[in-house]
Design a protein around this ligand. Structure first.
Ligand SMILES: [Mn+2]
Length: 275
């Protein structure tokens, strides 16, 4: 099956935006199924109009290409992260904008590792801080992903966070350039916490209110609303250069397409704002 985002696929060489499906959910701790996430988002994207009413842009005119899904390596999360890194490096070396479709949140580490310069900030949309040092014997569980990232990156800004362990809260106190916001945040405050001009965006869909994005691995009541998130991303695009993004943790609910429709629209709107 040829995978596409929206209708068109111009091939790798012509594309400005390259989608990387990563159907991986080995460390999911509650509801598994994130391996189906990338296909669900791509299928849902077909239902979208390719014209964005708000910006008057047609993001698909940038040229889209969907790479073959990253083969799932269940031998260890580290090997899976390396596979993602290899693929994202290839996208970056060819000067294209990467959009990684998870899969569980662990895949973000592969994307972050792929950037040769670590001169950027990370904006994380998430219900959880994902700052545990290890979980169930693994340091590469999806709930440890931002802790690992914090070992290579100084400035991480989290929004939508409403579930956190004591261990994580204590760790965050030791990091002056990691900022954690709940679901109701001031957009200016979030953006001014991003210290670098370049920003990588990671969206864990559980950051969004579960009434709007129910199909996630670990739903948490409360959350950011779609319109609020779009407002944040639109403002972000005015002062920052977005260098790549991922959308993770979609575990489809059979018969309920709301979350994948939201994810597809969110990506499309982001591209309209960012590029
Ligand atoms: Mn997460």
């Amino acid at each position: 099956m040829q995978l596409k985002f929206i209708e068109s696929d111009v091939g790798f060489q012509q594309a400005k935006v390259v989608f990387l499906p990563v159907p991986y959910d080995l460390t999911s701790s509650f509801i598994s199924g994130a391996r189906e996430g990338p296909y669900a988002i791509l299928r849902a994207s077909i239902e979208n109009e390719d014209y964005d009413m708000e910006t008057g842009k047609t993001p698909s005119s940038l040229g889209f290409h969907v790479l073959d899904p990253v083969p799932v390596d269940v031998s260890s999360p580290e090997n899976m992260i390396k596979e993602v890194e290899k693929n994202v490096s290839y996208i970056l070396e060819n000067n294209k904008f990467p959009v990684i479709l998870g899969g569980e949140h662990t895949v973000t580490l592969g994307a972050l590792n792929a950037f040769p310069e670590k001169d950027f900030s990370i904006l994380q949309i998430d219900a959880h801080a994902d700052m545990r040092d290890s979980y169930m014997g693994s340091r590469f569980s999806h709930v440890c992903v931002m802790r690992r990232a914090s070992e290579s990156f100084d400035n991480i800004v989290q929004a939508g966070v409403r579930s956190i362990s004591q261990e994580e809260a204590d760790y965050l106190k030791t990091r002056e350039n990691i900022f954690t916001f709940g679901s109701s945040f001031n957009i200016e405050e979030v953006i001014s916490s991003l210290k670098n001009e370049k920003v990588y965006l990671t969206i864990d869909l559980d950051g969004i209110d579960p009434s709007q994005a129910p199909a996630v691995g670990t739903p948490q009541p409360g959350g950011i609303f779609y319109s609020q998130l779009l407002e944040l991303l639109k403002e972000l695009s005015k002062s920052k250069k977005i260098i790549g993004m991922d959308v993770v943790e979609l575990a489809p609910i059979p018969g309920n397409r709301i979350t994948e429709m939201l994810a597809a629209s969110l990506i499309y709107k982001s591209l309209a704002y960012f590029l």
